[in-house]
Design a protein. Structure first.
Length: 232
């Protein structure tokens, strides 16, 4: 059983979905501290040949708040975000199905940040044909006081893992020997170059999955998900 464990992100890049597709179970953290200036509630899209950030604004909250304790701000204007994306991608070859998905996500009435992000991930996975179960971390019997590597190991064991799959950045954080002591294999998913035409301009890499869906057929995206990475 391969398990991956990550915090939630809003419409993340394709490497995140490669990780979900490569795992047998994908644990999404809801009971960790919200990271300011990270990518939990924002991402990048293509506009006029350059990357631009889109954000879901949040209500003010203490710095110690968990992801599941944060709420979407009443100032969030779904139509304004949709208009930005519509204007940027309306000439893209797969605009209609991709925009229909994004519209269903952005117009969700959910105001709890974690619930909003989880529905976004689930809808996107369904659209991409990924059937890996998404498990909420707080549903597992894990000591909330654990941190770092010990938290990950405990989460993997609670999820029934034999192998933990992590993005390549984890090479600097996790010890294969420590995982082996706990009966776990540690592997890293290294995304390969994913490149495709973007209105004929120079390619801008690692944008939101929105960009991938706008320019690629479901069959080609499936190829990226199944073969566009190396598992070390």
């Amino acid at each position: 059983m391969k398990v991956a464990v990550m915090q939630p992100y809003f419409l993340p890049y394709i490497g995140y979905f490669q990780l979900i597709a490569a795992a047998d179970r994908f644990v999404v953290y809801d009971d960790i501290k919200y990271t300011k200036k990270g990518w939990i509630n924002r991402n990048r899209f293509l506009r006029d040949g350059r990357d631009e950030v889109f954000t879901v604004p949040l209500e003010a909250a203490p710095d110690t708040s968990l992801v599941r304790e944060r709420r979407v701000s009443p100032s969030f204007a779904p139509e304004a975000l949709l208009n930005r994306l519509r204007e940027a991608y309306r000439r893209a070859p797969f605009f209609a199905p991709a925009f229909a998905l994004v519209e269903s996500i952005v117009r969700s009435p959910e105001t709890n940040l974690f619930s909003f992000l989880l529905q976004s991930l689930r809808r996107t996975c369904a659209h991409l044909g990924i059937d890996t179960p998404l498990v909420v971390s707080s549903s597992l019997a894990v000591d909330a006081g654990l941190r770092g590597e010990e938290r990950v190991i405990a989460t993997c064991r609670a999820a029934g893992a034999r192998t933990y799959v992590n993005p390549p950045g984890g090479r600097e954080l996790y010890s294969p020997a420590r995982f082996a002591e706990s009966g776990l294999e540690l592997r890293f998913l290294e995304p390969g170059p994913v490149e495709y035409p973007q209105f004929g301009a120079a390619f801008v890499p690692w944008l939101s999955i929105v960009d991938v869906m706008m320019f690629n057929s479901p069959e080609r995206i499936r190829g990226f998900l199944d073969h566009g990475y190396r598992l070390d």
